[in-house]
Design a protein around this ligand. Sequence first.
Ligand SMILES: CC(C)(COP(=O)(O)OP(=O)(O)OC[C@H]1O[C@@H](n2cnc3c(N)ncnc32)[C@H](O)[C@@H]1OP(=O)(O)O)[C@@H](O)C(=O)NCCC(=O)NCCS
Length: 158
Amino acid sequence: MNIEAKRVADSMAETVHIVRPNHLNGANRLFGGILMQWIDEVAGIVAKRHAMANVITASVDNLRFIKGAYQNEMVVIVGKLTYVGNTSMEVRVETYVENKSGIRKAINSAYFVMVALDENDKPVAVPKLILETKEEKLEWEAAEKRREMRSQRKVEGF
Ligand SMILES: CC(C)(COP(=O)(O)OP(=O)(O)OC[C@H]1O[C@@H](n2cnc3c(N)ncnc32)[C@H](O)[C@@H]1OP(=O)(O)O)[C@@H](O)C(=O)NCCC(=O)NCCS
């Protein structure tokens, strides 16, 4: 199926985890490596839904651990596309702890660059992104700046 463009809403993903004893680190908080696995999975789901192809993680930046999460807390992870290049896609992943009243407190934020691959594991073009809201347009503009910084970093090696 060859789809030319898709909306941000078409690929959005949300997952929910309960923090179990086996997810904790020595300080009795959610281990950062477990959370990184969970957010990478969400970024992968979003990118795969958009690309309708296999995807791999090319880079992660602005990964911020804002607050800890503790045993039995409900961790909600929300991923959405911010930008689409030719074969790459940027996914913003926000993580929250949700309390009994449904109120969410941000605990982590990150930007993933995912690349779509064809059946020979070569980067393949993905559908364009339809921006419907002012927020989506602002995200796209910020993503263009991050993309520029990444390519500068690649060239200069900083
Ligand atoms: C990601 C990967 C496919 C890119 O390969 P490459 O030879 O640089 O491919 P290209 O030059 O054709 O780039 C493909 C796209 O990836 C982007 N890209 C490549 N390296 C990148 C990086 N470090 N950060 C962000 N984007 C990157 C390019 O900008 C390009 O995007 P565009 O098509 O939208 O313009 C390759 O580096 C790779 O396979 N990495 C390992 C990924 C992996 O195994 N991840 C799992 C985690 S263990």
